[in-house]
Design a protein around this ligand. Structure first.
Ligand SMILES: C[S@@+](CC[C@H](N)C(=O)[O-])C[C@H]1O[C@@H](n2cnc3c(N)ncnc32)[C@H](O)[C@@H]1O
Length: 262
């Protein structure tokens, strides 16, 4: 999806802000799988508004390059993230303005399903990673779609996601086919909102790309149904969502250039 052709960038942070506790959950998941001391440079691939960039830098004490093809998302990132070790660049996964073997860790959060040419992108990730470097993919998958509460109210978005999201095994097989070693797959249940009312408020912001793709009348109808549920049952417990987290490794001793194994 071309974010510059949407109105998502201005709403993204309000709609998709992660509570501090949730950010902590993701950083814990990362350091459980990746040795912190080996990470000096991080590529936050498809960084968007830079939701993760500063935290990644603080966690590893690393230089973070946030790269994204959307000028508007990057403008939000530059406006909201001020950090001495974080810089933002225009660039897509398929064409990275980075030298071979310069990155210790590539972090992709909710980007995988937006990439048009995965073969090209995977070769680029392999090229810019140093031998022994890590590739971490945080993404929704088709396997867990039915656990997302809001999709019960937007049936076309559910169908749309069935088409565009990868299956868990697609992610693993694609990376292995391109030379990466599989390290781990976890499902992280993250808190998205403190209660149902806050959840509906966030969904109404329409910062999710599947909801942004719906016709306005369908979006409004779904929001109205959600609002009626809130009026009927005051659910006070937090709303959590399961997100997949995959970690891969570029074998130590491999050259920095693109490697394709089929
Ligand atoms: C859902 S946002 C995720 C932003 C950020 N990673 C986060 O978790 O908040 C998806 C981002 O992927 C970017 N994107 C779309 N196509 C891309 C591509 N081919 N290469 C890299 N990023 C891409 C979009 O511009 C957008 O900023």
């Amino acid at each position: 999806m071309k974010y510059d052709e949407t109105t998502i960038p201005g709403r993204y942070n309000a709609a998709r802000a992660l509570p501090a506790e949730t950010m902590g959950l993701w950083l814990d998941a990362l350091v459980r799988r990746v040795p912190t001391r080996e990470i000096n440079t991080v590529l936050d691939m498809g960084c968007g508004t830079g939701r993760f960039s500063a935290s990644l830098s603080d966690q590893f004490g690393a230089i973070v390059v946030g790269a994204d093809p959307s000028q508007k998302m990057l403008a939000e990132a530059r406006r909201t993230v001020e950090h001495p070790r974080v810089k933002f660049l225009i660039g897509s996964a398929e064409h990275l303005p980075l030298n071979d073997g310069t990155i210790c860790l590539i972090y992709l959060s909710m980007v995988y399903h937006h990439i048009d040419n995965l073969a090209l992108a995977t070769n680029e990730w392999y090229r810019v990673l140093r031998p022994g470097g890590f590739l971490c993919i945080r993404n929704s998958t088709r396997d867990l779609l039915t656990s997302f509460l809001y999709l019960q109210f937007f049936p076309s978005a559910l169908e749309f996601n069935k088409d565009r999201l990868p299956r868990q095994r697609d992610v693993i097989e694609t990376m292995q086919r391109h030379g990466f070693l599989f390290v781990s797959h976890d499902v992280i249940r993250q808190r998205f909102a403190r209660n149902l009312r806050e959840y509906v408020d966030k969904i109404r912001q329409r910062g999710l790309s599947d909801l942004s793709s719906l016709p306005d009348n369908e979006f409004e109808a779904g929001v109205e149904s959600m609002r009626q549920v809130v009026e009927q049952e005051e659910r006070l417990e937090p709303i959590a969502e399961p997100i997949d987290f995959f970690v891969f490794n570029k074998k130590a001793g491999q050259a920095g250039s693109a490697v394709r194994r089929r």
